[in-house]
Design a protein around this ligand. Structure first.
Ligand SMILES: NC(=O)c1ccc[n+]([C@@H]2O[C@H](COP(=O)([O-])OP(=O)(O)OC[C@H]3O[C@@H](n4cnc5c(N)ncnc54)[C@H](O)[C@@H]3O)[C@@H](O)[C@H]2O)c1
Ligand SMILES: [Zn+2]
Length: 370
């Protein structure tokens, strides 16, 4: 069992990582239970697989547990589901001192966190992430949001949870493709500023994906520690620090936009390809060696993850992909800061990237694949 802290002054909180934690869930969440009752939010898939044993334990501990089920899938990060969830919380008589528990992947975490931030001007919430992506990334750091017609995550708030409870064993029911998508975000932390961790990933990635307990524990705790450190330094992304977590995301979002933000290309898959593109583009600008980009691509390939535009099913040309980037919420004053690398573990934010040059690079990437 590991306990990590995210240091944010009065908003500081702990992240507990323990295999089997959900089998002792009543004890873990006891500090957050008020008036012997608890309010839980989950999606239809996760609730079916994991709610019965959680409900049974809470009941055994004498804690009443009410559950609100949201349809599984990214489409539920919507105004409609936000309204249904906040109506439910109010109907349950939620008070400001109550805690709402988010049991699910990033979709549930983002939706529930945002609901908690606005209901009665804010009540407490606790994250119980059930996907690898949520355990290593979205459950920590306090970004909450829903999607709108204009784009993803455009309506939301910075709102920190009070506690994050991570049980790696819950991943045993996660589909392998979702596991690989989350793994891309694990590798991201090595690429950002920890070359030794990237090397560890090369040696142990297969064990992580296979759910080997020790490997999974190390991957999760290392990732969470990295995220906690970066968020602690720059909670609201006002310095260049937190932006590092977006490595691969500018390319990735363009690929997601082209493939419809859904099943065709999962977020983590897009980020994985996006990181490979970011390293290739860095090499093209003479910032890092081509072999660094090749090394990343080789690792993802060994993990059966997509690495090229072709693997990602992207057909749009460079100009169309760059057009998607122009709609990025990080666009400022007509330019877009880009995360590039001077090598593995040496990511930095570059402010002088010419989007036409990126378009030309993407056209070359298409041509190379042919
Ligand atoms: N807040 C942040 O900092 C942050 C960071 C990254 C991503 N995100 C957001 O997270 C979302 C993506 O998260 P995600 O990949 O976890 O998606 P998700 O929550 O939609 O989960 C993916 C799928 O896995 C299923 N699932 C979840 N846990 C399971 C389990 N244990 N067993 C079986 N099935 C399970 C879900 O029902 C769903 O079908 C996006 O909306 C993204 O914008 C937020
Ligand atoms: Zn991401």
């Amino acid at each position: 069992m590991a306990r990590l802290t995210i240091a944010l002054g009065q908003r500081s909180y702990e992240i507990a990582v323990e295999a089997g934690a959900l089998d002792g869930v009543a004890d873990h969440v006891a500090p957050w239970i008020k008036r012997n009752r608890s309010l839980w939010v989950s999606d239809s898939t996760v609730a079916e697989r994991h709610w019965p044993r959680i409900a049974a334990q809470l009941e055994a501990a004498g804690v009443a547990a009410a559950l609100h089920i949201v349809p599984a899938g990214e489409a539920s990060k919507s105004w409609a589901e936000l309204a249904r969830l906040t109506d439910w919380l109010l109907a349950e008589g939620v008070e400001r001192s109550d805690t709402v528990f988010a049991l699910g992947g990033g979709m549930i975490g983002d939706l529930t966190g945002f609901a908690a931030s606005i209901v009665k001007r804010g009540c407490d919430f606790v994250q119980v992430p059930t996907t690898l992506l949520a355990q290593v990334d979205s459950s920590v750091g306090g970004k909450t949001a829903i999607n709108t017609a204009a784009g993803k995550n455009l309506i939301g708030a910075f709102y920190q949870p009070r506690f994050v409870l991570i049980d790696p064993q819950v991943l045993s029911t996660l589909p392998p493709r979702e596991m690989r998508a989350g793994y891309a975000e694990v590798v991201k932390y090595g690429l950002i500023d920890d070359a030794a961790f990237f090397e560890w990933c090369e040696a142990h990635g297969a064990d992580v994906l296979a759910g080997h307990p020790d490997a999974l524990h190390h991957a999760i705790t290392t990732s969470v520690a990295a995220k906690a450190r970066i968020v602690g330094e720059d909670e609201r992304e006002t310095k260049d620090r937190r932006a590092l977590l977006n490595l691969g995301h500018t390319f990735g979002h363009a690929l997601e936009a082209d493939t419809g933000f859904g099943e065709r290309l999962l977020h983590g898959e897009a980020v994985g390809v996006g990181m490979v593109l970011a390293l290739h583009y860095s090499a093209r600008r003479g910032l890092c060696a081509s072999r660094d980009a090749d090394r990343l691509a080789a690792h993802f390939q060994a993990c059966s993850m997509p690495v090229t535009l072709q693997d990602a099913g992207v057909t749009a040309d460079g100009a169309e992909l760059v057009d998607h980037m122009r709609h990025d919420k990080k666009m400022a004053g007509g330019t877009l800061p880009f995360l590039l690398a001077r090598g593995i573990g040496q990511t930095f934010l570059c402010h002088d990237v010419d989007l036409d040059d990126v378009a030309a690079f993407l056209d070359e990437a298409h041509a190379d694949a042919r």
